[in-house]
Design a protein around this ligand. Structure first.
Ligand code: PMP
Length: 429
C-alpha cells in the first residue's frame, strides 16, 4: 500500500485498505467455498446469506423501521431518476383512478390536476436539476406535471450558480403531489442540507402537506408524504434525519460504501406498487427491472445483481459497525470537514482561496472552493500531486477545487491535505 495515493476523488472514491485486502482474498475464494466472489452463483446459499447480512447491517446502522424495505439494484443514481418518476406516478394513479365523469367537473380532488400527478422537485444543484429534467422527459404526453418547488440559482450570489440551500419561505409545494424530490448532498456544487433542525438550511419537513382530502365521514385522511431523497453522496456518513418520513431514499454505492454497480434503495411499503395494475388504469408501463415491487418480491434477485459490489459493500459496512457505526463516522466526518473549511476560510482571509458555498449550506462530503490568481489553481494541483494527493480537481462543469471527504478518507489524510493548504497559503500570500 506504500504506493497508494491520498485520494480525494468524488466517486468512485477511496475505499478502506483493509477492505480491499479482504476483497482480494474473496476474489479467489469466497467464504471457503473454493469459488471466487465474482464467480459464485447469486442464488448460492452463501451469497444469499451474505445479501441478508448486508440488508441487516444497513437496517441496524441507519435504524430503518419495519415500514421500509431495503432493496438492491443496478443502474446507479441516474437510473433511479427515471424509476422514481415511473413508480411514484404508478402509485399516484392507483390512489387516484381516472374517473371520467368526475374529471374536469372539479368533483374529483383537484379536478384535472388530479389526473396528472404533480412532481415536485427541489432543485439545489446539478444532480437534482438533472433528476427534474429526466422527469420532464418522462411526463411528455400528459402523464404528470413537473413543478420546480425552488431553484437555488435564484438565490445565489451571481444569479446563476448553485451555491446555497434556499430559506424555507422560498419553497412552494403542490397540493397532494405524486412525489416531492430532493438531493440531500449535491456532489458537484458542494451544497448540502443541514442536519441541524433549527438551521435555515435544513430540509423544510414541516412544510410538507401530510393530510389533504377528507376520507369517509369527513374525517381527515392522513396521506403519507411521497418524499424522495437522493442520498448518493451522503449515504452512511451520518444518520438520516426523519428517515421514517421518506417514501424512498436511494444511493449509488460508489462514494461511501463500495464499488460502482450497486444502488441501494430504502422504500416505504406503500410505494411498492403493482405497476401493471397502474398501467391498466392509464399509468405509463414500467420496465420490469425498474419496478421496485419486482425487486421487493424477488428479494432483490429478480435478475443477476452486482455480486462483487454487494460483497464489498458488506465488508465496508461490517467494518463500520465494528468501529462504532454512524455515530462514530458522523463525529469523524464532522472533524474532517471542519478542518478543511477552516483552512479554506484562512486562505480566503489572505486572498488565496474563495469558498463558493454560502455559510450553513456547505457539504460535509464535497468541499468546493476556488484558488484565486493567475495560474494558481494549476500550482495548487501540481503541489498536491507532488505530495501524492489526487482527485482534487473540481467537476468539469464548474471547475475549481473539490475535496471529497468520504468515509474512507482518514483523518490523517485530511490532516495532510490541511497541512498542504496552509503551506500553499503561506507561499501565495
Ligand atoms: N446523484 C448524485 C448526488 C450523485 O453524486 C451522482 C453521481 N455522482 C448521481 C446521482 C448519479 O449517479 P450514477 O453515476 O450512479 O448514475
Amino acid at each position: 500500500t506504500g504506493t497508494r495515493a491520498t485520494y480525494f476523488g468524488a466517486g468512485p472514491s477511496a475505499l478502506p485498505v483493509s477492505v480491499l485486502e479482504e476483497a482480494a482474498k474473496g476474489l479467489l475464494n469466497f467464504q471457503n467455498t473454493g469459488i471466487g466472489i465474482a464467480e459464485i452463483s447469486h442464488r448460492s446459499k452463501e451469497f444469499t446469506a451474505f445479501l441478508t447480512t448486508l440488508e441487516s447491517l444497513i437496517r441496524t446502522q441507519l435504524d430503518v423501521p419495519p415500514t421500509h424495505q431495503i432493496l438492491f439494484t443496478q443502474g446507479g443514481g441516474s437510473q433511479q431518476f427515471s424509476a422514481v418518476v415511473m413508480n411514484m406516478l404508478a402509485r399516484y394513479r392507483l390512489l387516484h383512478p381516472l374517473d371520467h365523469t368526475a374529471a374536469g367537473q372539479g368533483q374529483q380532488e383537484g379536478g384535472a390536476a388530479a389526473a396528472a400527478g404533480k412532481l415536485d422537485y427541489v432543485v439545489t444543484g446539478s444532480w437534482s436539476k438533472k433528476a427534474a429534467e429526466e422527469a420532464r422527459r418522462l411526463v411528455v404526453g400528459g402523464g404528470g406535471q413537473v413543478n420546480v418547488v425552488v431553484d437555488g440559482r435564484q438565490y445565489s450570489k451571481d444569479g446563476k450558480s448553485f451555491d446555497n440551500i434556499p430559506s424555507h419561505d422560498a419553497y412552494t409545494f403542490s397540493e397532494d403531489p405524486a412525489l416531492v424530490y430532493y438531493c440531500e448532498n449535491e456532489t458537484v456544487d458542494g451544497v448540502e442540507f443541514s442536519h441541524e433542525a433549527d438551521s435555515a438550511a435544513s430540509f423544510p419537513f414541516h412544510l410538507l402537506k401530510t393530510s389533504s382530502s377528507s376520507g369517509d365521514g369527513g374525517a381527515p385522511r392522513r396521506r403519507l408524504v411521497p418524499l424522495v431523497a437522493d442520498y448518493s453522496s451522503s449515504f452512511m456518513m451520518r444518520p438520516i434525519p426523519r428517515l421514517a418520513d421518506h417514501a424512498v431514499i436511494y444511493a449509488g454505492a460508489q462514494k461511501n460504501i463500495g464499488p460502482a454497480g450497486l444502488t441501494i434503495l430504502i422504500v416505504r411499503q406503500d410505494c411498492l406498487v403493482d405497476v401493471d395494475a397502474a398501467a391498466q388504469l392509464g399509468a405509463a408501463p414500467v420496465p420490469t427491472t425498474l419496478s421496485w415491487k419486482t425487486l421487493a418480491d424477488s428479494g432483490s434477485l429478480y435478475n443477476t445483481p452486482s455480486v462483487f459490489s454487494i460483497y464489498m459493500a458488506g465488508l465496508v459496512l461490517e467494518r463500520m459497525g465494528a468501529q462504532g457505526g454512524l455515530r462514530y463516522y458522523e463525529e469523524m466526518n464532522r472533524r474532517k470537514e471542519e478542518k478543511v473549511y477552516a483552512a479554506v476560510r484562512e486562505g480566503e482571509g489572505k486572498g488565496v482561496f474563495r469558498k463558493k458555498v454560502r455559510d450553513g449550506s456547505e457539504s460535509w462530503m464535497n468541499v468546493v472552493f476556488e484558488v484565486s490568481g493567475e495560474g494558481a489553481e494549476g500550482r495548487f494541483l501540481d503541489g498536491a500531486e507532488k505530495r501524492g494527493m489526487k482527485g482534487l480537481k473540481g467537476h468539469r462543469s464548474v471547475g475549481g477545487i473539490r475535496v471529497s471527504l468520504y468515509n474512507a478518507v482518514t483523518e490523517e489524510h485530511t490532516d495532510a491535505l490541511v497541512q498542504y493548504m496552509k503551506e500553499f497559503i503561506a507561499e501565495e500570500s
